[in-house]
Design a protein around this ligand. Structure first.
Ligand code: HEC
Ligand code: HEC
Ligand code: HEC
Ligand code: HEC
Ligand code: HEC
Length: 288
């Protein structure tokens, strides 16, 4: 009796192992097909018209996210494979008074974190202006992206000079603002508040579609009571500088703008980039 029971058990095990193996084989086969892209679906999607001009100019975030929702879903690892915990390796910018939450991904920090949604209104196409899946460079062949297209730069999918640098450049304290020292050293002199000067100077600012101009001013005024107003502004104007240069901002005319243009500003544009500008470019006729 006992031996028959064991033979039955062995048969059941063998049958299910066979079933499991068949399942694994089928799954591996479909994975192979997917990777080989036999249906050409992946290749077709890589060349989606939404990646290129002119369609990218009118693409909505929802259209991009239909294929790329991972950019907002992926989260950094809790610990690296070598065991270093994210919570224990904090970068300097994560110690500022304006930083909140756990370590998070690049796309999430610009699109969904509390600060991103309060002060900014970035969309995919603020940064992404097209890329070239084949050459990753302009002008590689007659039928690829033309040389004149500056929507991205070599082997990058965005143009950092016209995007990142706007909020991650240096603070030109001495060169342009005439401050006695870099902001970190000079800020106590000004109660860590930029508005002392900037209520009157360059006051027609942030009139662009990807920023919440009013929320930025309100946050800085609110912070001023705790001597943290400057942190709000400095966060985008030197506090998170990934570059050694400053962005050459447009000088949108402001009410008490001096008649004479300083030497350093001679070649500066007189209004923000047209694709972002939200108000009439200039109040003074003939200014641009
Ligand atoms: C129909 C689906 C689809 C849509 C819609 C789509 N993409 Fe893509 N995208 C892809 C595929 C597939 C790739 C190629 C990915 C790969 O080969 O790793 C790709 C590649 C990219 C890349 C380059 C990735 C790399 O590593 O080279 C970027 C950046 C990108 N898409 C951004 C966007 C943006 C921004 C939008 C909206 C304007 C958008 N995509 C719309 C499917 C899509
Ligand atoms: C603040 C600017 C910025 C915004 C806003 C932005 N991206 Fe990106 N994105 C980048 C940069 C920079 C890279 C890396 C480019 C590179 O490697 O050359 C990137 C990479 C990507 C990639 C390649 C895969 C990856 O994760 O590296 C995809 C896909 C992508 N972005 C889609 C999107 C979509 C969809 C949106 C809108 C929901 C979006 N991006 C918004 C700057 C931005
Ligand atoms: C409109 C302003 C703006 C632009 C444009 C911008 N950033 Fe940022 N960036 C911010 C702000 C604000 C934060 C802080 C967000 C927070 O603390 O939640 C930030 C945070 C970051 C971080 C830290 C992310 C983290 O995990 O804490 C990196 C890295 C970064 N930006 C890189 C870039 C790059 C690269 C580009 C260009 C593709 C870019 N940024 C464009 C404003 C900007
Ligand atoms: C002592 C007065 C003073 C203080 C304090 C001050 N600024 Fe300025 N800032 C100026 C002057 C003056 C200019 C140049 C005005 C012009 O365009 O003629 C300027 C210009 C700028 C510009 C434009 C730079 C360019 O290249 O076009 C930015 C951005 C700026 N300030 C941000 C800030 C931020 C952020 C703070 C606080 C962290 C701050 N400023 C504190 C006086 C000041
Ligand atoms: C979320 C990021 C962010 C914050 C916070 C921020 N700025 Fe800006 N600032 C920008 C960007 C981006 C531009 C360029 C906009 C454009 O293209 O005209 C800019 C432009 C400026 C200019 C040049 C304006 C012109 O048109 O002449 C000044 C001055 C300035 N900011 C001062 C400040 C001050 C003062 C604060 C705090 C009250 C502040 N910024 C906070 C991102 C920011």
């Amino acid at each position: 009796m006992n031996s028959i029971k064991w033979i039955l058990v062995a048969l059941v095990l063998a049958a299910s192992a066979f079933g499991l193996k068949a399942g694994v084989d089928a799954r591996q086969a479909s994975e192979r097909d997917r990777i080989a892209d036999l249906g050409g679906k992946h290749l077709r999607a890589s060349y989606s018209p939404l990646h290129f001009k002119p369609a990218i100019d009118t693409a909505t975030d929802a259209q991009c996210l239909a294929c790329h929702k991972e950019v907002l879903e992926d989260k950094p690892r809790v610990a690296s494979p070598a065991g270093v915990r994210a919570a224990d390796s904090i970068a300097w910018y994560q110690l500022t008074s304006t930083y909140s939450g756990e370590q998070d991904g690049f796309h999430r920090r610009h699109l969904v974190t509390p600060m991103a949604t309060k002060l900014m209104k970035l969309s995919c196409t603020t940064c992404h202006q097209g890329h070239d899946p084949r050459e990753e460079a302009q002008g590689g062949a007659a039928d690829t992206t033309p040389q004149a297209d500056s929507g991205f730069t070599l082997r990058k999918q965005v143009n950092p000079e016209t995007t990142c640098l706007k909020c991650h450049g240096q603070f030109p304290a001495k060169e342009i603002m005439g401050l006695p020292a870099p902001w970190k050293e000079a800020r106590d002199m000004f109660q860590n508040d930029c508005l002392g000067c900037h209520t009157a100077i360059r006051s027609n600012r942030h009139q662009v579609s990807y920023l919440n101009a009013e929320a930025i001013e309100a946050a800085a005024r609110e912070g001023a009571a705790k001597k943290q107003g400057g942190d709000v502004c400095y966060g985008c104007h030197g506090g998170r500088a990934w570059y050694r240069i400053a962005y050459p901002y447009a000088r949108n005319p402001w009410p008490s703008m001096p008649e004479v243009t300083p030497e350093w500003a001679r070649l500066r544009p007189k209004h923000s980039e047209l694709r972002f500008l939200t108000t009439a470019a200039s109040k003074t006729p003939g200014a641009h």
